[in-house]
Design a protein around this ligand. Structure first.
Ligand code: HEM
Length: 383
């Protein structure tokens, strides 16, 4: 992503502002739909973002001219009808009627992993990212997919390298990850989602090998880079405002509105940078021209005062409002039920630890990505 130095969005991309981009989003919302000096269009208000996420004139497809050879795009980066067929095939593995006990099984697996991670935390100081928020989703997604956990350090390095690039799909690391998953698929993987997908004949037919590798890549990356930040962003809010920890200790069901408000107020996916306009689209008092690249600022839309009152205040007791933390429309996050449950279980179990923890660095160091937002570390002293 390029943009001109000096633009407000340029400041959003600047690592200096990583710890708090929200005042910049407030200025950006003054222009709901605007053109950046590099030609990209930015959309910053709730109604306009939501409208575009439901608009078939906006495409998520990968530009075929920039497509690396041999890697099929996942359904995140395809349009209907290809998107719908792949998403339907993958969804069959995530719940009833095909897998009736999926969520109950997941909850049990989350609770087991969470208890082990908490028991293993050191006695005096801990890093709640490296020792809790990161390993939990990684253990879960590897187990779910049937990808060997022993290989995790290898593919984590590829994911980091790919996501550090402007266009992750163009990197050698992305191709290496694709090759790794391709070999796994060819070798008939361990029991898990990959194996089930490889053998599942849905009403739409079976996934091809390339489609399967693309789906595996998407799920593995989503499982590594999002839920960790939801748990870490929520932990940071709790450490800064201990009265919410008290609430959580008194009432475990408080985890539900708490997680929802974190998804609105400090979402792990800040913006969606890769849409293309397939036609001229009149919106927000202007017209996005056919062929333009469009970036949708989900995190700015979530704090739009015309959609939610007192938007900058973190308030888990507010009347529930729709938010864009999981996107919207046909690409609405496929893993949302799983991510919500995972974060709720994690925070409930972590509450007693947080109650005796003191943050050692505030603001903490953030991950480098302006898109996938979360602290790199959360170092705490434990009493
Ligand atoms: C799509 C956020 C966890 C799988 C999305 C989108 C967002 C999002 C904003 C929309 C992307 C777009 O429209 O271009 C999140 C957040 C998560 C999370 C905040 C955790 C807190 C997960 C997990 C999985 C997952 C754990 C996998 C198990 C997917 C998939 C899509 C998607 C497959 C693409 C859906 C489609 O294209 O139809 N996610 N996600 N996500 N997410 Fe998640």
């Amino acid at each position: 992503m390029t943009t001109s130095v000096g633009s407000v969005f340029g400041a959003v991309l600047d690592p200096v502002n990583r710890h708090n981009p929200y005042p910049l989003y407030t200025s950006l919302r003054r222009t709901p739909v605007g053109r950046e000096p590099d030609g990209t269009w930015l959309v910053t208000t709730f109604r306009e973002i939501s409208a575009l996420l439901h608009d078939p004139r906006i495409s998520s497809a990968v530009d075929p001219d920039r497509e690396p050879v041999g890697l099929a795009p996942s359904f995140l980066r395809t349009d209907p009808p290809q998107h719908d067929r792949l998403r339907r095939l993958a969804t069959r593995q995530f719940g009833p009627p095909h897998r009736p006990t999926f969520v109950a099984d997941l909850q049990q697996s989350f609770e087991g992993i969470v208890d082990r991670l908490i028991a293993d935390l050191p006695a005096s100081t801990a890093d709640l990212v490296d020792q809790f928020a990161y390993p939990l989703p990684v253990l879960v997604i590897c187990e779910l997919l049937g990808v060997p956990l022993a290989d995790e350090p290898r593919f984590k390095a590829w994911i980091d390298q790919a996501l550090a690039a402007e266009n992750p799909r163009d990197t050698p690391a992305f191709r290496e990850l694709g090759d790794y998953l391709g070999d796994l698929v060819d070798a008939d993987p361990e029991p898990g989602l990959l194996r089930s997908l490889a053998h599942d004949d849905g009403p739409d037919g079976r996934m091809t090998r390339d489609e399967l590798v693309g789906t595996a890549l998407l799920l593995l990356i989503a499982g590594h880079e999002t839920t960790v930040n939801l748990i870490a962003n929520a932990s940071l809010v709790l450490l800064r405002e201990p009265r919410w920890i008290e609430r959580l200790l008194d009432d475990p069901s408080f985890a539900i509105p708490l997680v929802e408000e974190v998804l609105r107020w400090d979402p792990p996916v800040q913006f969606l940078p890769w849409r293309t306009a397939l036609d001229d689209i009149p919106i927000g008092g202007t017209t996005i021209p056919r062929g333009a690249t469009v970036t949708l600022l989900l995190a700015a839309g979530n704090r739009d005062a015309t959609h939610v009152s007192d938007p900058d205040r973190f308030d888990p007791d507010r009347r529930p409002v729709p938010h864009l933390g999981f996107g919207d429309g046909i690409h609405y996050c496929f893993g949302a039920p799983m991510a919500r449950l995972e974060a709720q279980v994690a925070l409930r179990a972590l509450a007693p630890v947080l109650a005796r923890a003191r943050l050692l660095e505030d603001p903490p160091e953030y991950r480098p990505s302006p898109v996938l937002r979360g602290p790199r570390h959360l170092r705490v002293a434990l009493q």
